[in-house]
Design a protein. Sequence first.
Length: 268
Amino acid sequence: MSSNGFALELIDARKCFGKTEIIRGANLQVRPGERVAIIGPNGAGKSTLFNLISGRFGLSSGQIRLHGQRIDGLKPYEINRRGLARSFQVSNLFNRLSVYENLRCAVLWSMGARYAFWRFLADMRAVNDRAEEVLAMIRLDKRRDQLAVNLTYAEQRALEIGITIAGGSSVILLDEPTAGMSKSETTRFIQLIREVTEGKTLLTVEHDMGVVFGLADRIAVLVYGEVIAFDTPEAVRANARVQEAYLGSVLAETQAAAAPSSFVGASA
């Protein structure tokens, strides 16, 4: 744990593309084991923020710290091996490998090994045991030998979560994990996320307000590249500035669109 007690910290983070500033002095302090949802309207900079944290984009200025150590300027794989893993909106799987092989590949990657060397690592019991452990955690043990391409959409998303946690990272970033799921699938998936990220630090970008308020310990509201609020779900819901800038209109649209459903997504 870092000396300041934060698992992840953004300090005046800024990102410009040409003359356009997309992230404008974002500050965020996430405690170990905390679940944080990042919400905001279209164009708020949510995906850019995730890309900055995971190393896909470089900062224009500011700092990003993982357990007190600066990670801005590092490559994505370097950040990953320091304990931060990210899933994406679109399933990022080896479709022609089995569920088990996908997980085994993820474990090997976290150790610095490449899939091409599996024939030399076949007796690595620790790798196999970890893959089996994650397989059970994501409830795909009965689909162990199925090709990833043959899984249902919800199962593919579960496998994506498994790949993300397989290396044992302590900080997990999930990008719209329930996008495209039915109400029942979403309900089950929230519970799965809770279980597999127990004890880990979780950041998620999510448009579904049911998921946000049901999963997050705290919510960061991003509007035009600025974090305008970072508080508990109850406090964010009651925040006048958030209501004016984003949440009030989203909740109104949600209630009007489908009153019977408790899991209705805001516009993407």
